[in-house]
Design a protein around this ligand. Structure first.
Ligand SMILES: Nc1ncnc2c1ncn2[C@@H]1O[C@H](COP(=O)(O)OP(=O)(O)OP(=O)(O)O)[C@@H](O)[C@H]1O
Ligand SMILES: [Mg+2]
Length: 699
């Protein structure tokens, strides 16, 4: 290993001061040959100047120190603290003096403390060895200098860090004194004893345990860490004496020596006020939001309640409106009936009155005129009730498979006569039209009603078209029309090119007694009848109309599956009886009186009963009957039930029902058994007699 001290960047030079002879030069050359940098200084001030970082050692002879030492002393004083330049002092051996005594050493200045005293003469090896160890010691001084400098730099870095750290840090002694604190720590006003030990400042620190109880001094982080515990992150509210409260987080760790004994602690205080307040603000915001949401929810609920209340209110209002409309309709209906009936009754009663008076005064001429007048009025009343019953769908329908094209064709003549000359009539029957199920008489009167409406809508003439066709109603369409079944229908459409109707009129056309015609010209029952008839026939009516263009009323009737029914004989002549016995059951006295009279006049033997019980007694009595004529609506037992009893005793007895209307809108086909028939009130005597003789003839 190369000896570093001779070639090191510092401390490599040996300063030599030996004033006598060639001492200095010979030592210098010896050193140079041994690899040293040697500098001969002839005077002490030169030597003093040479004491710098290059200098590794100073070799002086005793004689060199005789001169003024002050300059050397100053130079040594100027050395940095770490520097203590080694001296090798060469002393000569003198008789009577102790070897290398302290006295000789004292010839060097006081502040030359690193001195080796060598006695001359000495061997070259001894000299070189002394120089080498002095130079090595000098190198150690440089090393020490560098280490100290490094430590100093480290210390400066640390203290800069602590100075600028935004976190308070303090070293605490085992007694609880703060020993070094940084500025961030100082601002919390702890100077001296830590709060757990200083009652004067303790109350400024408010901390809580997890249960919310205020911390006792012994539980403060500083106190705990001095007992050897590591304490992290205890929150304190710091009540500064002259500033607003601040939130802090305090930690403390014990400092221990090698034997694990506590020799102090480091306490750290972090200001978390902003963070804490931000959290609080956030929490507050969340609470506000919750409150707002709750309030908004309540508002919405309130709005919903109001809406519901309004809905209920509207429903009540609508119900009230419907009720009012119903009452208006009922009022219109009863008013209409009363009005028309009064007119007709006036005709009947008036005529009967006049006849009664004329008969009383034996004036029989001209009676026919009044009888006709009474009969006409009564017929009109009958027509009115027939249409009302049709509307109420309580008429007795004789629905059967009917050739509708033929029916419409048979009306041709009648329609042309009914129209004015200015109205062109055209009938357009569909080819291969299947039979429809309908009561022929009612269908005729429906078509006539529609045609008359069309005529009235065309006062200045126009075109009336009656067309037949088939139509398929699908399930989707029927879903929107209660009471209409999907399937095939026959359509009878009556169209005109008349004035048409506006939406307001269209809304009401089916209302009974709704008419736009002057008093006496329309009863407002035509379309009501058509509507009721269509409904009761399991069909429907549709109206298309536009003001100024015209109207089409379409009557839908179900297509018949079976074959056509036979035509019934048209009433015409009166058929006379031949003494056959007839049981008449009728609860209405006048009707019973009337029918009995008719039967007697027609030549039948009549037995009468006002209700079912007395009728059944007669039936059980053994009396022979050729025919029973019975009202359908009897008190107690109805006509149909009575017929069952009658058939028990007289199995083949023909039964003719007379009805104002069949209860529950019964259609004859479902109501009547074999050899039973039905006529409706009021009836003409011809119709009754024809029916009776038809039934007796068949029996
Ligand atoms: N083809 C039509 N064109 C224009 N308006 C019509 C037509 N058919 C009916 N109306 C209107 O509907 C109203 C009611 O008709 P509806 O047949 O029920 O009664 P009405 O014809 O007035 O009297 P009636 O009982 O004598 O038939 C008519 O008064 C008329 O205003
Ligand atoms: Mg009409």
């Amino acid at each position: 290993m190369v000896p570093v001290h001779r070639t090191a960047p510092e401390g490599h030079r040996v300063l030599i001061s030996a004033p006598y002879g060639s001492d200095a030069e010979s030592v210098a050359s010896l050193l140079r040959t041994n690899g040293y940098d040697a500098l001969v200084c002839s005077r002490l001030d030169e030597l003093a100047d040479g004491i710098d970082d290059h200098a590794g050692a100073i070799l002086v002879t005793e004689e060199a120190l005789s001169a003024q030492l002050g300059v050397l002393q100053h130079a040594l004083e100027r050395q940095p603290a770490w520097s203590d330049i080694p001296f090798i002092l060469l002393a000569g051996r003198q008789a009577g003096r102790p070897v290398a005594t302290e006295a000789i050493r004292r010839r060097l200045p006081d502040n030359a403390t690193n001195v080796v005293l060598l006695e001359r003469p000495l061997s070259t090896e001894s000299l070189l060895s002394a120089i080498a160890s002095a130079m090595k010691a000098r190198q150690k001084q440089f090393l020490l200098r560098d280490q100290v400098a490094e430590l100093e730099a480290e210390r400066r870095r640390l203290s800069t860090l602590l100075e600028n750290l935004p976190i308070g840090v303090a070293f605490i002694s085992t007694e609880g004194n703060t020993e070094s604190v940084n500025p961030a720590f100082q601002q919390f006003g702890i100077d001296g004893m830590i709060p757990s030990l200083d009652p004067a400042i303790r109350s400024r620190w408010e901390g809580c345990d997890p249960d919310g109880n205020r911390l006792q001094p012994d539980d403060f982080p500083g106190a705990r860490s001095l007992r050897g515990e590591r304490v992290e992150g205890v929150e304190f509210l710091y009540h500064a004496p002259d500033a607003p409260d601040r939130w802090t987080r305090v930690s403390s760790v014990p400092l221990k020596n090698d034997e694990d004994a506590v020799i102090g602690a480091i306490s750290v205080i972090v200001d978390i006020d902003e963070q804490k307040r931000a959290q609080e603000a956030l929490r507050e915001a969340a609470r506000n939001l919750e409150a707002q949401v709750a309030q908004r929810t309540a508002e919405l609920a309130g709005a919903l309640d109001r809406l519901r209340a309004e809905g209920d209110e509207r429903e009540r209002a609508e119900a009230a409106l419907r009720q009012a409309q119903k009452m208006e309709a009922v009022g219109q209906l009863t008013g209409g009936i009363a009005h028309d009936f009064n007119n007709m009754l006036t005709g009947v009663i008036g005529a009967l009155d006049i006849m009664k008076r004329r008969i009383a005064s034996n004036r029989y001429d001209d009676l026919d005129r009044f009888m006709d007048a009474a009969a006409t009025s009564a017929q009109r009343a009958a027509g009115l009730t027939a249409r009302l019953l049709a509307f109420s769908r309580r008429q007795s329908l004789d629905s059967r498979a009917t050739d509708i094209n033929a029916l419409v064709a048979s009306l041709d003549e009648l329609l042309r006569r009914t129209m004015t000359e200015k109205v062109e009539v055209s009938i357009v029957p569909a080819d291969d039209l299947p039979a429809g199920i309908a009561d022929a008489n009612q269908l005729e009167s429906a078509v006539v009603n529609l045609a008359i409406n069309a005529r009235d809508a065309m006062p200045d003439g126009g075109k009336l078209t009656i067309e037949t066709r088939t139509a398929e109603l699908d399930a989707a369409y029927c879903a929107t029309r209660p009471g209409v079944k999907a399937g095939r229908y026959i359509v009878v459409a009556v169209s005109d090119t008349g004035v048409g109707m506006d939406a307001k009129t269209l809304e009401k056309v089916f209302d009974p007694f709704f008419t736009t015609k002057p008093i006496g010209q329309g009863t407002g029952l035509g379309l009501s009848m058509v509507y009721g008839f269509a409904k009761q026939s399991n069909g429907q009516v549709r109206i298309h109309s536009s003001v100024g263009t015209g109207t089409t009323v379409s009557l839908f009737l179900p297509v018949a599956e079976g074959p056509l029914s036979e035509e019934t004989a048209a009433p015409g002549t009166t058929h006379e009886g031949d003494g056959q016995s007839v049981l008449l059951v009728e609860d209405d006295d006048s009707v019973r009186l009337l029918v009995r009279e008719v039967l007697t006049e027609l030549g039948y033997k009549t037995f009468e009963a006002a209700e079912a019980n007395s009728a059944s007694e007669l039936l059980r009595s053994g009396q022979h009957f050729d025919l029973m004529v019975s009202d359908v609506g009897l008190p107690g037992m109805n006509g149909r039930q009575l017929a069952e009893i009658a058939r028990e005793y007289h199995p083949d007895l023909p039964i003719l029902f007379v009805t104002g209307y069949a209860e529950n809108a019964a259609i004859r086909a479902g109501f009547l058994g074999t050899n039973m028939a039905m006529i409706t009130k009021p009836f003409q005597i011809e119709v009754l007699s024809a029916k009776i003789s038809e039934m007796l003839g068949a029996a």
